[in-house]
Ligand binder design. Structure first.
Ligand SMILES: NC(=O)c1ccc[n+]([C@@H]2O[C@H](COP(=O)([O-])OP(=O)(O)OC[C@H]3O[C@@H](n4cnc5c(N)ncnc54)[C@H](O)[C@@H]3O)[C@@H](O)[C@H]2O)c1
Length: 252
């Protein structure tokens, strides 16, 4: 049976790990040709190799979301690789230190906002121009359930993700008439390296999270990938400006 994304050209940022890797693999399994962009060469190349090993087409691009020239080149090269850009998954992000807001160093605040918010803005800016020229496309930004509430220890992260929600809404409204849909995925705690970059031992933190989550467990990265693919699929043809929360019921 042909996949939902047969021969589609898809860009995945942060594709070298976690949610980005799972989503790149899921797109490829449904026939897409995938550009994996990441600042981490080893992880990015490994995802491309994994796609090729399952019989798919993939290419790796080194890109840094904090660098405007790098993002512009990434989007241009991604669109050139297979002649167009059907879907873009703007997913690269960092958590930043876990500290009370008043203890946050300005440099750490800047790093979180530059990667998570400015990076998504830069991706949108260049992707939208290409998609307007080609007459349509689909963009998914990775926000977070953290966008919808305050965080005791990761305030700048929550602020950056709230900004991603807002940018998603603005892009959706502004570009719907060009046949471009823009949505956000808002994952809850997902079993990737990101949430475990903290002092607390891994299994202790996991047990603490599992107790708080109504479904009783963290998400697996491929569960988030399934939601991203649905948003990009023709089944979601009337969905734009939507924040799809996949958090096991946590913010319900
Ligand atoms: N894991 C979670 O619990 C969770 C929850 C909500 C939202 N998210 C979001 O999901 C997205 C993916 O996170 P993940 O959990 O897969 O984490 P991850 O650390 O496994 O993957 C993040 C990827 O982004 C890349 N990256 C970081 N900074 C970059 C930069 N400046 N330029 C290019 N690439 C860069 C990293 O190299 C890495 O490959 C992030 O935006 C994150 O904020 C994660």
């Amino acid at each position: 049976m042909p996949g939902r994304f047969e021969a589609a050209s898809v860009l995945v940022t942060g594709g070298g790990s976690g949610i980005g890797r799972a989503t790149a693999l899921a797109f490829a399994a449904e026939g897409a040709r995938v550009i994996i962009a990441d600042i981490a060469e080893t992880g990015g190349r490994e995802t491309a190799r994994m796609i090729e090993a399952q019989g798919g087409q993939a290419a790796f691009l080194h890109a840094d979301m904090r660098d405007a020239a790098s993002v512009e080149a990434m989007v241009r090269l991604a669109a050139e690789r297979w002649g167009r850009l059907d879907c873009a998954f703007n997913n690269a992000g960092i958590g930043g230190p876990t500290l009370p807001l008043a203890d946050y160093a300005e440099a750490d605040y800047d790093a979180v906002l530059d990667t998570n918010m400015r990076g998504v803005f830069l991706c949108l800016k260049h992707e939208l121009l290409i998609m307007v020229r080609q007459g349509g496309g689909c963009i998914i930004n990775t926000a977070s359930m953290a966008a919808f509430g305050g965080s005791v220890e990761t305030g700048p992260y929550s602020a950056s993700k709230a900004a991603v929600v807002s940018l998603t809404r603005s892009a959706a409204k502004g570009y719907a008439r060009h046949g471009i849909r823009v949505n956000a995925i808002c994952p809850g705690a997902t079993d990737t390296p990101l949430p475990f970059r903290r002092a607390m031992p891994r299994e202790e933190f996991r047990a603490q999270l599992n107790k708080m989550i109504p479904l009783g467990r963290m998400a697996q990265a491929d569960e988030i990938a399934h939601a991203v693919l649905w948003l990009c699929s023709s089944d979601a043809s009337y969905v734009t400006g939507h924040m799809l929360v996949a958090d096991g019921g946590l913010i319900a």
